[in-house]
Write a protein that binds this ligand. Structure first.
Ligand SMILES: [Mg+2]
Length: 260
């Protein structure tokens, strides 16, 4: 463990410290097709090492929890997947679902009834994330973006919540707290008082705001926010971060340095 790392605040009381990281854009580069994204093995090793000492090491991600665990490859850490819907504990076979009832497939039912050949022609790809349906249009043009805006209006009218990310529109059931709910759930009654959180996108900003609120209420003593800079991420995230890095490789280097 390296005391000179900017993350060394986690080492003061390791058992009461949490390292949380987003996955896409933070532990790996964003690629045109999400299924091709690769997390470097250096990240896996560092996270596994840190999980031996820290109270919590968790990936908080929009991906389904099991997909995230397969991508990152570290079995000894926690995955809060699907934007706060699936909690996958270390060593556990399957995630615990946070949402139940008819809300679970509300977005999927919307997609099933609205999906048209136009979507394919416009290069919109639907990612089925269970309760969340994600429409990707990376590589498509402005006309597609206009179509996606129309779909978003229809989804609103159908009672769904829309969430915009980097070339992705997510359709979610209402009353979903996303990553904000995930980080709060991980910390509540956990005894964890020092938190490092890293992310690159709008959903991470939601989590950061919740963490700052928790800090303001005295539920967290020390908080360090790391933002991974990108042209597509929200500028506000860079403004509120304590530390801004140029890319996912830099964030992985920071983790590796801490673990070394
Ligand atoms: Mg991300």
């Amino acid at each position: 463990m390296n005391q000179d790392s900017p993350l060394s605040l986690l080492l003061k009381e390791p058992g009461r410290s949490a390292l949380m990281s987003d996955v896409d854009g933070t532990l790996c580069r964003i690629v045109d097709r999400p299924e091709k994204a690769k997390v470097p093995v250096k990240a896996k090793h560092s996270l596994e090492l840190l999980s031996q000492d820290l109270g919590l090491v968790a990936c908080v991600t929009g991906r389904p929890a099991r997909v995230a665990r397969r991508m990152v490859g570290a079995d000894s850490i926690t995955y809060f997947g699907n934007h706060g819907l699936e909690l996958l504990e270390p060593g556990s076979d399957g995630p615990t679902m946070v949402l139940e009832g008819e809300q679970v497939d509300r977005a999927a039912r919307f997609v099933a009834s609205h999906d048209s050949p136009h979507w394919v022609t416009a290069k919109i790809r639907v990612e089925d994330k269970g309760p969340i349906q994600a429409l990707h249009w990376r590589g498509a043009g402005e006309r597609t973006e206009a179509l996606v805006r129309t779909i978003a209006e229809q989804a609103h009218a159908a009672g769904l919540v829309t969430h915009w990310g980097r070339k992705v529109l997510e359709l979610r059931p209402p009353d979903m707290e996303g990553k904000a709910g995930a980080v709060e759930a991980l910390l509540t009654d956990s005894g964890l008082t020092t938190v490092v959180f890293a992310g690159d996108d709008q959903t991470d900003l939601d989590a950061v705001k919740r963490l700052r609120t928790m800090q303001g209420k005295g539920q967290i003593d020390e908080l360090l926010i790391v933002a991974v800079d990108s042209d597509e991420g929200p500028p506000e995230l860079m403004e509120v971060a304590d530390f801004v890095v140029g890319g996912s490789d830099d964030w992985i280097d920071m983790i590796a340095t801490l673990a070394a």
